[in-house]
Design a protein around this ligand. Structure first.
Ligand code: ADP
Ligand code: MG
Length: 235
């Protein structure tokens, strides 16, 4: 059970996040409002409609990422084949990777154990990580996905890119809400990944070298391990 301290820490974090969301959404809203006023007075050219649209897209992206986090209460865990799940995500991201000259190669070890997971959440994690990997290679390149068994009934999934990398002093900032180096970034992708992997009793680890690339490793417990983690019913 949760201690009072853990509860108050969670509430504090929730307050910080709420303030962050409000701030991030208010910026594009203020800009949209300004443009609409100008439209009303016929002072603005049509091309500015595109800015309004992209500001609306930004709000939509922020809200969508938070919805993923808000859902875990209704999460349905089921026994899943991680290779199938990854293949689905690779197909989903296919067009985007082709358009960016990025090739994705998958290497799966045979006889991998099943994992207990909320499939949509895990797909969201891999989608976010592939998107980041693609965005880290503006001139194209390769992404390698490697899945293998790890000791004590775990599965290790690596997503390796050869992109711009992340400076060492920035590694500890990753996962903080709204940290982004991209003009159109939300800075919510990695935070969502960390939260989802944590709720799956897994670990997410990031290693990176500037101008060489980034490796994200996710370790998930297999089914047999997850069963051990389910708390016994108290009578
Ligand atoms: P966003 O993609 O919207 O910026 P994320 O939370 O997904 O937000 O990522 C936060 C930041 O972490 C990115 O802006 C980028 O600076 C860095 N980052 C994440 N993944 C990678 C990667 N594969 N290669 C280089 N930098 C990365
Ligand atoms: Mg991202």
């Amino acid at each position: 059970t949760e201690s009072l301290l853990q509860k108050s820490e969670k509430l504090a974090l929730l307050g910080q996040m709420a303030a962050g969301i409000a701030h991030e959404i208010r910026n594009p809203l203020t800009s949209i409002r300004g443009f609409i006023q100008l439209f009303k007075s016929h002072l603005l050219k049509d091309e500015y409609f595109d800015i309004v649209l992209s500001e609306l897209d930004r709000i939509n992206a922020i809200v969508s990422e938070f919805l993923v986090l808000a859902k875990p209460t209704a999460a349905v865990y089921k026994e899943s084949d991680i290779t199938e799940l990854l293949n689905d995500v690779v197909t989903l991201i296919g067009t985007q990777s082709i358009l960016n000259n990025v090739e994705i190669a998958v290497e799966y070890e045979t006889n991998l154990p099943m994992v207990s997971c909320e499939e949509n959440q895990l797909k969201q994690v891999f989608l976010n990580l592939f998107k980041n990997a693609i965005e880290a290679m503006p001139n194209g390149g390769n992404i390698v996905v490697n899945v293998r068994k790890k000791g004590a009934g775990q599965i290790a999934i690596q997503i390796i890119d050869e992109g711009i990398g992340i400076p060492k002093e920035r590694l500890s900032t990753l996962g903080e809400p709204f940290y982004t180096t991209k003009e159109k970034g939300t800075g919510l992708g990695l935070m969502t990944c960390y939260k989802i992997i944590e709720s799956h009793h897994g670990i997410l680890d990031i290693q990176s070298t500037v101008n060489k690339g980034t490796t994200i490793e996710i370790i998930l417990p297999s089914i047999s391990q997850t069963l051990l983690k389910i708390e016994p019913i108290k009578m």
